[in-house]
Structures are given as C-alpha cells and as structure tokens.
Design a binder for this molecule. Structure first.
Ligand SMILES: Cc1cc2nc3c(=O)[nH]c(=O)nc-3n(C[C@H](O)[C@H](O)[C@H](O)COP(=O)(O)OP(=O)(O)OC[C@H]3O[C@@H](n4cnc5c(N)ncnc54)[C@H](O)[C@@H]3O)c2cc1C
Length: 302
C-alpha cells in the first residue's frame, strides 16, 4: 500500500510524518519475514488523531508496529501502511519510584536504565526484545513476572473515541499475554511504579534471567519468541517436544532444535512457509493431545 495521493502527502508533511516508501518488513521484524509497504514514522503523539483521520479519508488501512519482535508479516506488497513511533529524547524520565517511559523506548534499555537508578522488579524482562509499547500491548512477561504489574498510568490513542486519553492502571486488565486495550488503541507512554532495590541485587537477577534464556532459547537465530501461548496448566513447548517435532521444517521455516515453541527462519523462509509450519504443528498437537494451541505471535497476513 502506498501513501501517494498528492493531498495525502501534503497532509502527512504538515503533521511532521516521516514517510519511508517501499520499506521491507523483513528488515523490521525479528523473524526477518514480511513484504513491502510505506512506513509512516510519527514524531509527535498529538498528530495521531489527525493522521488517522487523514488515512481514513483516503481509504488507507494501517497497522501499528513496535519493535517487530512478536510479528509474522505476510509476503509481497502489503495492503496497509505501517505506523511507528519515532523515539523521543529523553525516552525515560524518573521521579522517585515512578518511571515515565515513552512507548517507543527499547524495553531492555528501559530495564537497565531503571536498574542503574536502583529501581527493580523488571529483571525477568531482560532479553525480551521490542519496545515498551509492544510489551504493554502484549503484557510481556517471563520468569513469573509481567509488565502489567508495574503499570500505574498509560497514555494512549483510543481508537473508539478518536482521541488521546490517560488511563489509570486500575482501568486496564492485564492477563497472560492479553490486555483489555481495544484492537486499534495505540500505547504512547506509560508510568511504571518500580520497587527500590540496590543495583547490585538487580544485576544479579538480570544475570540469572540472561543465563536461563541463553541455555534454553535459540538466541542467535531469527525468531518471534514463542509461537503459541501456553494452554492453561500446560506447556506448548513440552507438547511439541514430546511429539518429536524439534527440527520439523517447511522450506526454511523450522521448529527450533533448542526450544520447541520457538520457530526460526533458518534462511529465506517466507510467511507462507512459516504459516504452513504453524498449522502443521497445531494440527499434530490437537490430534495427539486434544488441545488447540492459540497463537502468541501476532500474524499480519493479507
Ligand atoms: C528471542 C525472543 C524472546 C522473546 N521472549 C519473550 C518473553 O520472554 N516474554 C514475552 O512476553 N515475549 C517474548 N518475546 C516476544 C516479544 O518480544 C514481545 O511480545 C514484545 O513485547 C513485543 O514488542 P514489540 O515492540 O516488538 O511489538 P511488535 O512485535 O512490533 O508488535 C506486537 C503487537 O503489539 C502491537 N503494538 C506494538 N507496539 C504498540 C503500541 N505502542 N501500541 C499499540 N500496539 C502496539 C502491534 O500492533 C502488534 O499487534 C520474545 C521475542 C523474541 C524474538
């Protein structure tokens, strides 16, 4: 999809939108898969309601990209433009135990920045790639913690109201890889309340989590983390492993030899390959265990 109409181009320029034509999503996603479209980078939160109005006026569908680490994007020319927040400076402002963080901030850098200021709690999130906005949307978590537990306020673009609002933590429900945000809401900034902890102690926790990841995940390979959510009381990875499916492949899309719930792009995998592998594994697990696995990875397919 191209944002090419002269009036649209003038409107985007007036809103300070940086348009990157013909961007390949394979370069913006950790799986290294995805076709081509125009990328619209947002420099001012306040421009979003007008930007959305402009796109709708020109019948241009859009999707919202964070760091691209939980996405499987379709092949070829994509039928929507991509919106992404540009990083402001500074990305994080601390005020006592509160961290005010822009949604475009890198999650890992946020964890370490807060740690250096003796604010802990998020050690488990070290090694989760992507942005703070993506982590909020997915309620990212690991090793018994989730980001939602620390959220006190979220600034977001409410698609249903067509305006920017601030929600308090109590107004949002955070569940396992699920939140109560609307499907088209855009996270713009968050206030986290973090417990005080000495840096040395946080660092120790970070090292333990890093070690756990290194020993169990295919970190050097292109993936989107876990493909499936764990069903209640069970482990998707364990079920796939028990069926002997590690190493199973369709083209260059492959079930990791290291972690059965990580599917990797071992070369030039297409979205078609990866979707076929996901469907094959889901079918086999359902036949063997009677459990239909739900995607954790977000699929953008035309
Ligand atoms: C090696 C590896 C390890 C991983 N380990 C974990 C883990 O331990 N725990 C875990 O939870 N996840 C894990 N993940 C998955 C992924 O990193 C997280 O889900 C991450 O929070 C996604 O953030 P992102 O910015 O990359 O989002 P994207 O992949 O860009 O987007 C994911 C979804 O969030 C939406 N989104 C992104 N930003 C915003 C925003 N600002 N406002 C509204 N919607 C938005 C997108 O539209 C899309 O629907 C892992 C991934 C990899 C590659």
């Amino acid at each position: 999809m191209r944002a090419e109409h002269p009036k649209l181009e003038a409107g985007l320029a007036a809103l300070g939108i940086d348009v990157r034509s013909g961007t390949s999503l394979s370069e913006l996603t950790s799986l290294g898969i995805g076709g081509t479209t125009d990328l619209l980078r947002i420099t001012k939160h306040d421009s979003i309601p007008e930007l959305i109005g402009l796109l709708e006026h020109h019948d241009i569908p859009y999707k919202f990209l964070g760091g691209g680490s939980n996405l499987l994007v379709g092949d070829g020319e994509l039928p929507w433009v991509i919106l992404q927040l540009a990083k402001p400076d500074p990305e994080i402002v601390l005020e006592g135990n509160f961290a005010h963080v822009d949604a475009a901030a890198d999650l890992g850098r946020t964890v370490t920045f807060c740690a250096k200021h003796d604010l802990g709690g998020m050690e488990g999130l070290i090694g989760v790639p992507g942005t703070v906005g993506g982590a909020l949307r997915m309620n990212a978590g690991a090793y018994g913690m989730q980001i939602g537990s620390y959220v006190r306020k979220v600034k977001l673009y409410r698609a249903a109201e067509r305006k920017i609002e601030i929600l308090s933590g109590e107004q949002i429900s955070f569940e396992y890889r699920h939140t109560s945000f609307g499907p088209d809401d855009m996270m713009l900034a968050v206030t986290l309340e973090l417990p005080s902890k000495p840096f040395k102690e946080i660092l120790q926790g970070i090292r333990i989590c890093n070690e756990k990841r290194r020993s169990s995940q295919p970190l050097g390979q292109k993936s989107a983390g876990c493909i499936f959510k764990n069903p209640p009381g069970a482990s998707a990875g364990r079920m796939i492993d028990e069926l002997g499916l590690k190493g199973l492949s369709v083209g260059d899309a492959k079930v990791s030899d290291r972690h059965a719930n990580f599917f990797v792009n071992a070369g030039q995998a297409s979205a078609k390959d990866m979707l076929a592998l996901i469907s094959d594994v889901r079918g086999r697990v359902e036949n063997a265990f009677g459990v239909k696995l739900e995607n954790e990875v977000v699929v953008w397919n035309a």
